[in-house]
Design a protein around this ligand. Structure first.
Ligand code: PMP
Ligand code: GLN
Length: 382
């Protein structure tokens, strides 16, 4: 078998979800909501099945969904996008990420990554024969080490992957940081693959700014969204790529090889979802913010130092202040077994050696009574 894949461990999300089931734990590990997505979208998906929408849709996605993606880009970010040539629908953001890397990198190219990072990035880069170049953000505020980032760019750098709002840190990159990154991309003629699956999940005064909206960035950015996160329908696996036409054409070629297409009834329902009014998206973020606050308060009361979180599904806690001396992985195992609450060690989000091992990620995309119960279990069991 392929040596990279045979050496790849099973994803931490699957490992911790299995442990959670084994111990009947509340699963604050893998990031999925415990509520259903919008009932009208689910009904639209069912109706589309009954209407006979069951054969291969067009390779780049149903025109109605591509149109909705373009309208969403215009409404939220003022981006003018041609739905026919600049949008590709994929089977989740996961496929979009792989397809975008396939579209942009050749063997030997370097791709700059910001750690902590989502767990598919580095293995896929390696599988394509390219080279991951991780640069670490600095906790506890996950600041950007600007000099180090600048130094990571070189003649082989082809792309940078940017996840904002960021999993697992909850960091939302601000305009000044994005400006700095944009300057480096322009100076070194580098592409950006922008993982923006949490685009509608920002809290307080934080707001999501797509790198693509910065001056000069439109031709070099690939922007990725996910219906899973925007509509609390993670199992649907509908993603969408917005990119300049020549890159989108290459992403479409990769999509042709990977899955060719994505379930048509789900595409139709997601098209409807993207056209929901502003109040829907505001409520999604406000509810999530209330859940973040509830969980953060509970973790603080239990003795954890809770790191700042301005977006996403996740909050990170420093376990040292709660008196836990072992590693983050040992903590997560003990928490699942003793307190029946599952979480994810942040070290799993590092590709480079010797990651920090004192940080743990908790998902707050759960109903408030569940979060309250989780906090009570942690208090009782620690
Ligand atoms: N990127 C990030 C940062 C994520 O957290 C996730 C999964 N939750 C994905 C990509 C994958 O999204 P999808 O489920 O649409 O494939
Ligand atoms: N993105 C989700 C998380 O970070 C998990 C997705 C998966 O299980 N592959 O928890």
């Amino acid at each position: 078998p392929n040596s990279m894949l045979s050496g790849l461990p099973t994803t931490i999300f699957t490992v911790m979800s299995a442990l959670a089931v084994q111990h009947d734990a509340i699963n604050l590990g893998q990031g999925f909501p415990d509520t259903e997505g919008p009932a009208d979208m689910i009904e639209a998906a069912c109706a589309a099945l009954r209407d006979g929408r069951n054969q291969y849709p067009p390779l780049t996605g149903l025109p109605e969904l591509r149109g909705a993606v373009a309208r969403s880009n215009a409404r939220f970010y003022g981006l003018a996008v041609d739905p026919a040539s600049e949008v590709v629908v994929t089977s989740g953001a996961t496929e979009a990420l792989t397809a975008s890397l396939m579209a942009l990198v050749d063997p030997g190219d370097e791709v700059i990554l910001l750690e902590p990072l989502y767990d598919t990035y580095a293995p896929v880069i390696r599988a394509l024969g390219a080279i991951p170049r991780p640069v670490r953000l600095t906790p506890p505020d996950w600041s950007l080490p600007r000099a180090e980032l600048a130094a990571a760019f070189g003649p082989k750098t082809k792309a940078l992957m940017l996840n904002t709002p960021m999993n697992p840190t909850g960091k939302v990159f601000d305009l000044d940081e994005l400006d700095f990154i944009a300057g480096l991309l322009a100076r070194h003629d580098v592409y950006a693959i922008c993982d923006e699956v949490y685009e509608h999940l920002t809290f307080g005064t934080a707001r999501h700014i797509p790198l693509m909206t910065l001056p000069g960035m439109r031709p070099r950015c690939v922007r990725i969204g996910s219906a899973g996160k925007s509509f609390s329908l993670t199992g649907w696996k509908v993603g969408y790529v917005t990119a300049p036409a020549p890159i989108a054409a290459c992403v479409a070629k990769a999509h042709q090889l990977l899955t060719f297409t994505t379930a048509p009834n789900l595409q139709r329902a997601v098209a409807m979802g993207l056209d929901k009014d502003d109040a829907y998206f505001a409520t999604l973020a406000a509810d999530m913010q209330a859940q973040r606050d509830l969980l953060s308060r509970g973790l603080r009361a239990a003795g954890f130092t809770v790191l700042p979180c301005d977006g996403s599904y996740f909050v990170v806690a420093d376990i040292r202040s709660a008196g836990f001396a072992g590693s983050d992985a040992a903590f997560c195992r003990a928490l699942t077994e003793r307190c029946r609450v599952a979480a994810i060690p942040v070290s799993a989000f590092y590709d480079s050696a010797d990651p920090p091992d004192h940080l743990v990620r908790f998902a707050f995309c759960k109903r408030q009574p569940i979060l309250t119960e989780a906090v009570a279990r942690i208090h009782a069991g620690l």
